[in-house]
Write a protein that binds this ligand. Structure first.
Ligand code: ATP
Length: 233
């Protein structure tokens, strides 16, 4: 579904990605882990064309995305839930979900409002609440719900557990697991490496702009160098 080859991104001379190659197959849930500043957010931003690549190929659904604006990439079904969530703070929960659908010009997608409410019941309970007044966890759920309303084929998630309590993190990860079991393809960036490796079947480790390890998540979680570097052991 997604094939990335030799991707380079620089910010005014800082080489954030130095030749990243990876792939995500349909139906997979893949983790991307790595320490602060490794380039994880940059990689997701490059995949959604929110930052410009210096070189490299990104082929999504058989099509090279070079030159498409982020909106057009999203319309192709590659939806990005960025770090910090970026919900529409002055609008209600319901309006945020509606905008997620309408903004991409989708009349129907495989995800309906009912589906999102079933996945995150708190969003239905608070459908009329102004989104900016939701808790951090509820805002994360809303950001995921909004992306679902846009009809993703591939969902990119940047640090969904950031700032959330363990209990709410569990709820968010349970929802992601369920979405994946229902067929959604997911690429998950997480600071919480252990959690990400538990939730996924395959993973990549990014270090200073380069992929240093890749393989089945269970294998990486048992690799001593990875445990020492990223799992806080
Ligand atoms: P974190 O987990 O801390 O968000 P990350 O792995 O997501 O880290 P990035 O945010 O992608 O890493 O940053 C990779 C490198 O690029 C860092 O050195 C960072 O300082 C730099 N960088 C990121 N965004 C910009 C920007 N807009 N302008 C300049 N440098 C940037």
């Amino acid at each position: 579904m997604l094939n990335v080859k030799d991707l380079h991104v620089s910010y005014k001379g800082i080489k954030a990605l130095r030749g990243v190659s990876l792939h995500v197959e349909e139906g997979e849930m893949v983790a991307l882990i790595g320490s602060n500043g490794a380039g994880k957010s940059t990689l997701l931003n490059a995949l959604s064309n929110a930052v410009r690549r210096k070189a490299g190929e990104i082929v999504f659904g058989g099509r090279e995305t070079r030159g498409l604006n982020p909106h057009a990439v999203a319309r192709q079904g590659l939806l990005h839930v960025p770090e910090g969530r970026q919900i529409l703070a002055d609008m209600s929960v319901y309006e945020n979900l509606l905008v997620g659908q309408i903004a991409l010009g989708r009349r129907t997608t495989r995800y309906t409002l009912d589906h999102v409410y079933e996945l995150f019941p708190v969003l239905e309970e608070r459908r009329d609440q102004i989104a900016g007044t939701l808790s951090g966890g509820q805002q994360q759920m809303l950001a995921i719900g909004r992306a679902l309303m846009g009809g993703p084929e591939l969902l990119l998630l940047d640090e969904p557990s950031l700032g959330l309590s363990p209990l709410i993190t569990d709820q968010v990860f349970d929802a992601l697991t369920r979405l994946n079991e229902e067929g959604l393809t997911v690429l998950l960036v997480e600071q919480n490496a252990l959690r990400a490796l538990e939730a996924t079947s395959r993973a990549y480790v990014l270090d200073r702009g380069l992929i240093t390890h890749e393989g089945p998540s269970a294998e990486l979680a048992g690799d001593q160098t990875i445990i020492e570097s990223y799992l806080g052991a």
